[in-house]
Design a binder for this molecule. Structure first.
Ligand SMILES: Nc1ncnc2c1ncn2[C@@H]1O[C@H](COP(=O)(O)OP(=O)(O)OP(=O)(O)O)[C@@H](O)[C@H]1O
Ligand code: NI
Length: 375
C-alpha cells in the first residue's frame, strides 16, 4: 500500500482491515470507571491490532491507560468499571466484549495469558510453585498427577530455572525476584497461549535481571510463535523488544508506527518528548529532559487535544478540535499514524484542522459548549 498522506483516516482504517490476519483487533475501546463524582474515561477510543507472532509495545506515562487497556482485553475490568457499548475486542476472529465470566475464563486459560509487574500478585504464597503450575495445567490442558508434575518441570526448564526438578516443590518466597517472574511466565505458558500480555514485567527487577527476562521473552516468542502486547513506560525497553509501538496519552493512542520508524521519525510532539526523556549512556551526565506537567484524568469526551496544555507546538485550534489519527508515513512505511492537528503536514494548516474537525465542521467552540465541562 502506498503511503498517501492525502487519504482520509477512514481509508487508512479500511486498508488496515484488508490485511485481516490480525490475531488481536481492538477497536474504539472505551473503558470507564464510575465514581460518585464523575466518570473517569481511563481508555477513550483506543484502536490497535497485533498480528500473530508480533510484539506491539504500548507506551506512555503513568496514568495514560495502559494497564486498563490490558485488563479490558483480559476481561478483568470489574465494577465500578465497564466497557462502553461501541468497544470491540476481537481475538482470533471472535468478539470478546460481552462474553460471560465463564466464557472469559476459557479465553484467559487458553488463547490469552498475562504477566503482571509484581510476580507475587500472581503467585500464591501458601502453595509451591509446582502446585500452581500444575493447577494451571490441570485446568487448561487436563493434565494431572505425574504428567502434570513432569510438564511443570519442563516449563520451569523452558523459562531458564536451573535445577527445576528440585525447585518445582519450593514456595514462591524461596525464589529470587527474577526467578519468580520466570515462574509466572511458566504459569502463563501452561495455558499454551497465542497472545501474552506483559504489563511492566521487568519494572520491579534490577537491570541485569530485566535484560535476562526480556531475552527469555524473545526466545519464547520465537519458539512458540507468541504474539506479545508489551506494556512499559520505558522507551529504552520498547526499542529492544517491539516490532510496532502505540503511544498512549490520557486514554488515547496518539501515535502508532513500526518501532524503527517511531524512533527515527516521531511525529507527535508527545512521542518526541518521551524520546527526549530516554536515559542514554552517551549523554551520561546530561540532565534528562522530562515533559513538564502531568497526564490529565479525562472525565468527559475529548473536545480538544488532551496534550495541548503541555505541548510545545500547540496552537489555538488544539484547544478546540479533537485530533483524529491520520497517516503520517514517510516513504516506504504505510502504517504510521498520529493524532495531532499538525498533520497532514503537507496540507495548509486550516485545511488540516478542518479534516480533524470532520467534514461537517461542527462548531467545537462557542455558545453550544459554553456550559459544558470539556476537561
Ligand atoms: N478501578 C479504578 N477505579 C477508578 N479509576 C481507575 C481504576 N483503575 C484505573 N483507574 C484510572 O484509570 C487511569 C488509567 O490507569 P492505568 O492504570 O491504566 O494507567 P497506566 O498507563 O497503566 O499507568 P502506570 O504506568 O502507572 O501503570 C488512571 O487515571 C487511573 O486512576
Ligand atoms: Ni499500569
Amino acid at each position: 500500500m502506498a503511503a498517501d498522506p492525502s487519504r482520509s483516516a477512514a481509508d487508512a482504517g479500511a486498508a488496515a482491515e484488508a490485511g485481516d490476519d490480525r490475531l488481536l483487533e481492538v477497536e474504539n475501546l472505551q473503558t470507564v470507571f464510575h465514581t460518585e463524582r464523575e466518570t473517569i474515561r481511563a481508555v477513550d477510543g483506543v484502536s490497535f491490532g497485533i498480528a500473530e507472532g508480533e510484539t506491539l509495545g504500548l507506551v506512555g506515562e503513568s496514568g495514560s491507560g495502559k494497564s486498563v487497556t490490558a485488563r479490558s482485553i483480559m476481561g478483568l475490568v470489574d465494577s465500578p468499571g465497564e466497557l462502553l457499548p461501541d468497544s470491540s475486542i476481537r481475538f482470533d476472529g471472535r468478539e470478546l466484549t460481552g462474553l460471560s465470566e465463564k466464557q472469559y475464563e476459557r479465553v484467559r486459560g487458553g488463547g490469552v495469558a498475562m504477566v503482571f509487574q509484581d510476580p507475587l500478585s500472581t503467585l500464591n504464597p501458601v502453595y509451591t510453585v509446582g502446585n500452581q503450575i500444575e493447577e494451571a495445567l490441570s485446568l487448561h490442558r487436563g493434565l494431572s498427577g505425574m504428567d502434570a508434575t513432569e510438564k511443570a518441570i519442563e516449563l520451569l526448564e523452558d523459562v531458564g530455572i536451573p535445577d527445576a526438578a528440585r525447585r518445582v516443590s519450593e514456595y514462591p518466597h524461596e525464589f529470587s525476584g527474577g526467578m519468580r517472574q520466570r515462574a509466572v511466565i511458566a504459569m502463563a505458558l501452561a495455558c499454551d497461549p497465542d497472545l501474552l500480555i506483559c504489563d511492566e514485567p521487568t519494572t520491579a527487577l534490577d537491570v541485569t535481571i530485566q535484560a535476562q527476562i526480556l531475552e527469555l521473552l524473545a526466545e519464547l516468542q520465537e519458539e512458540h510463535g507468541l504474539a506479545i502486547l508489551f506494556i512499559t513506560h520505558d522507551m529504552g525497553v520498547i526499542a529492544e523488544v517491539c516490532d510496532r509501538v502505540a503511544v498512549m496519552y490520557a486514554g488515547e493512542v496518539v501515535e502508532q508506527a513500526p518501532v524503527v520508524e517511531l524512533f527515527e521519525n516521531p511525529r507527535h510532539p508527545y512521542t518526541r518528548g518521551l524520546l527526549r526523556s530516554i536515559p542514554s549512556t552517551q549523554r551520561g551526565a546530561e540532565r534528562l529532559e522530562t515533559i513538564e506537567g502531568e497526564v490529565p484524568t479525562p472525565n468527559a469526551p475529548a473536545t480538544d487535544c488532551r496534550f495541548a496544555p503541555r505541548c510545545p507546538e500547540a496552537f489555538d485550534a488544539c484547544r478546540e478540535v479533537h485530533p483524529e489519527a491520520v497517516p503520517v508515513a514517510t516513504e516506504g512505511v504505510d502504517d504510521h499514524t498520529a493524532a495531532c492537528l499538525l498533520y497532514p503536514e503537507d496540507e495548509p494548516r486550516e485545511q488540516a484542522v478542518d479534516r480533524h474537525a470532520g467534514e461537517a465542521a461542527q462548531p467545537h467552540v462557542g455558545a453550544d459548549d459554553a456550559g459544558g465541562d470539556s476537561r
